[in-house]
Design a protein. Structure first.
Length: 530
């Protein structure tokens, strides 16, 4: 007969103490804090069914609906699909296919969530490749997860940059391997980045190229060897560009705009897409911490880190605000540097107190950013619900114009008001409407307006100022007015007026149909003299 072991109460307490101590130790560890912060950072995307408060996101979602319905009986009456070998297609290639199975909105949200995961894990992969361990890169990535470009919904860029981070890590891992191995690693990464986003490909090439130059300097390599290594890196990209040009593809538009005066502001605003008050103190605190630790010898560069820091600084200075009709390009350089450079930093905290202070600062910045984003997204719930209801009041096939009741700055001074500019574009999928502001630029998107509405199509244009619309309706079209609004009372059926609340600016022309906290939908009355 076997006797069961008897555990006395004192023995239970003794065995529980080590377990409780281990749990408490883990909870206070950097790994646990990072895990909790990562979960908190992803919470807004998991909480909100559709992040309606990202200015570009709604526009992208509208295009996903058009692509998902292409070739079916439900194909859009005003937009058609025109595929070409062009960059910036990550979302266009993946989301419509998945959307046919689980729904476009759900597929788009999963794509955005995947982009965030790639950003954080890709930054950590670079640090692992450089230093053999992960120390600070994950925390830095969380601080940048809702930075200005990401909070605005530049989802192809975010996905592409996440892929670029993993590509950089893989390139660093095979840096000393034979050229055939390096080419086998470079080629698929470059193909994927070319399809995902051209600027992400540029960041990848710049980072790996700068690392090659540093290697040549550090090892006193022959010029022929260095040129050969750079050629292996460049060959796949050059081949893709050649095929693209031969097939009639293009790389976006030709608009280039420099705004040097705003560069200091971008540096201070970069950590938060919506709030300078949240970003500026965080940036200042991070700079102060870095300077103090550098002076104490606790912060040094690994491998090509110093070259990369100098290179990114120079790139930010010379990079225009708008390149190939893509805006906030110089801001994207800051974000890329903030995700890549921590992997090349060797940090030795002078004491446990310094480590705890740095950890607390990273946690505070991350949580404040998440709080700001959640607050802004929450404030748009009423707008989005009202907009969805207003789409049901539009007749199928309506032509819808977007106007702005204030100054029509693009972007506006208050960036929390920016997302409403694109919410009416969702009338494209929900009401089969034509909206001139949907992204349909040749060389960047595989969707274009059908011939009957092409003259009214203005991709990447902001809302039309209500002052201009009123002048056209009352006094006639002034010289230099954009083509799509020159005869707006005749060409469009409805007007979404977004921005600050004002009285009906043209009661004889506009009849209110619906309203939300940040918009009013008007029916455009057709006068007998038109």
């Amino acid at each position: 007969m076997h006797k069961s072991a008897v555990i006395l109460p004192s023995q239970e307490r003794a065995s529980a103490v080590p377990l409780a101590g281990a749990v408490r130790t883990w909870l206070y560890s950097p790994t646990a804090i990072f895990t909790l912060l990562f979960a908190a950072a992803l919470a807004p995307v998991l909480w909100f069914a559709l992040p309606a408060a990202m200015v570009d996101y709604q526009n992208h979602v509208a295009r996903m609906f058009v692509l998902a319905r292409a070739g079916t009986a439900a194909a859009h009456p005003y937009y058609e699909v025109h595929w070409a070998l062009v960059p910036n297609l990550a979302m266009d290639l993946l989301v419509p296919q998945l959307g046919r199975v689980i729904g476009v909105e759900t597929a788009a949200r999963l794509f955005y969530l995947l982009s965030q995961l790639l950003i954080v894990t890709g930054a950590m992969a670079i640090e692992r490749a450089v230093k053999g361990r992960v120390q600070i890169s994950g925390f830095c990535a969380l601080m940048f997860l809702y930075s200005l470009p990401f909070a605005f919904g530049f989802v192809n860029f975010e996905f592409g940059l996440g892929c670029a981070l993993w590509g950089i890590a893989s390139a660093l891992a095979v840096g000393e391997r034979p050229w055939r191995v390096r080419l086998a690693v470079y080629a698929p990464v470059i193909v994927a980045l070319f399809a995902a986003h051209m600027f992400a490909l540029g960041i990848y090439g710049f980072t790996v190229g700068m690392n090659e130059l540093w290697r040549a300097h550090a090892q006193r390599a022959r010029i022929s060897e260095t040129l050969g290594r750079l050629t292996v890196l460049a060959l796949p990209a050059l081949a893709l560009v050649g095929v693209m040009l031969a097939s009639g593809g293009a790389v976006g538009g030709q608009g280039t705009q420099f705004q040097f005066v705003y560069k200091p502001a971008w540096l201070m605003h970069v950590l938060s897409g919506y709030s300078m008050a949240a970003s500026a103190p965080a940036v200042a605190a991070l700079f102060a911490l870095a300077i103090v630790m550098y002076r104490r010898g606790a912060l040094t560069f690994e491998r090509s880190g110093a070259w990369l820091a100098a290179g990114f600084a120079a790139l930010f200075v010379v990079m225009p605000f708008r390149l190939f009709d893509t805006a906030f390009v110089d801001v994207r350089v800051i974000v890329a540097a903030g995700l890549i450079l921590p992997g090349f930093l060797h940090v030795t905290f002078p004491s446990r107190g310094w480590a705890r202070a740095a950890l607390a600062l990273a946690a505070a910045i991350t949580l404040v950013n998440v709080g700001v984003v959640a607050g802004v997204w929450l404030s748009y719930r009423a707008d989005f619900a009202a907009a969805r209801a207003s789409f049901a009041q539009l007749p199928k096939g309506a032509k819808v114009l977007i106007g702005e009741s204030g100054s029509a700055g693009d972007p506006p001074a208050d960036l929390t008001e920016y997302p409403i500019y694109s919410v009416p574009v969702l009338a494209v999928p929900y009401a089969d409407a034509f909206v001139p502001n949907m992204f349909t630029q040749a060389g960047k998107q595989p969707v274009r307006a059908r011939p009957q509405v092409q003259r009214l199509d203005v991709p990447y244009a902001g809302p039309a100022p209500i002052a201009l619309l009123k002048r056209i309706a009352v006094q006639g079209t002034p010289a230099g007015a954009p083509e799509f609004v020159r005869h707006w009372p005749r060409d469009f059926d409805y007007l979404y007026l977004v921005g600050p609340k004002i009285d009906n600016p043209m009661p004889e022309r506009l009849a209110e149909v619906a309203r939300g906290p940040r918009f009013v939908l008007y029916r455009i009355e057709k006068l007998s003299t038109q």
